[in-house]
Design a protein around this ligand. Structure first.
Ligand SMILES: [Zn+2]
Length: 206
């Protein structure tokens, strides 16, 4: 019996619906025909499993791509999220950072009576929170006091310590000029007083 006939018979043989004669013929052929034996082995494997195996095998490259893609997407999301947070923090704190490296407080003195008496001035770094003293709390203070250039006239200033002692007696500053107060210590509170003609004066401490 030739191989083609055997291959035609194999499905029926495997399903066990062949006559005894056919079974005998197939088995006899298979004994000495490796090709038909192999074909039978393949046919004997459950059909469903073969299909599934093939489908899984076919999916594998896509799975790998999906995994890689998923990793990239997650990485991108995480990075974007981190950049958002860092950016937000920088924007929120840039004022503070700037204030740390370039400390500056501003006083706006309203003088109502002409040169009458010393008037204490209060400083602010953000125009919201005022304090009536200056404290040189970091290395970055230049310890300079500036009579802003737009001010209308010279002012007299003097500096007191926390106990009310005059530490630096009156000194004049012209508009647009600054005076360096090197004798002042860091981390002590200094209270500034002003004498000036009637008007509005912006005094900067840096
Ligand atoms: Zn054969």
């Amino acid at each position: 019996m030739n191989c083609n006939i055997i291959k035609d018979l194999l499905p029926s043989y495997i399903d066990g619906i062949c006559s005894e004669e056919t079974v005998a013929a197939v088995e006899k052929h298979i004994e000495h025909c490796q090709g038909c034996k192999d074909t039978m082995q393949i046919m004997k494997q459950p059909t469903v499993q073969i299909v599934e195996t093939n489908v899984e095998a076919a999916k594998e490259p896509f799975k790998r791509i999906n995994k890689k893609r998923r990793f990239q997407v997650i990485t991108a999301i995480v990075l974007s999220f981190m950049i958002c947070i860092i950016g937000y923090q920088v924007v929120q704190n840039v004022g503070n950072v700037h204030q740390l490296f370039f400390p500056k407080v501003v006083a706006i003195a309203e003088i109502t009576d002409d040169m009458e008496d010393w008037q204490s001035i209060s400083f602010s770094s953000d125009l919201i929170n005022h304090q009536d003293y200056v404290i040189y709390d970091s290395f970055f203070w230049k310890k300079e006091i500036i009579n802003e250039v737009n001010n209308e006239s010279d002012v007299l200033l003097r500096v007191k310590d926390e106990k009310g002692n005059v530490i630096i007696d009156e000194f004049p500053i012209s508009p647009g000029e600054s005076v360096k107060l090197d004798s002042l210590n860091s981390k002590e509170k200094y209270f500034f007083e002003i004498k000036a003609p009637q008007g509005r004066f912006t005094i900067n401490a840096v």
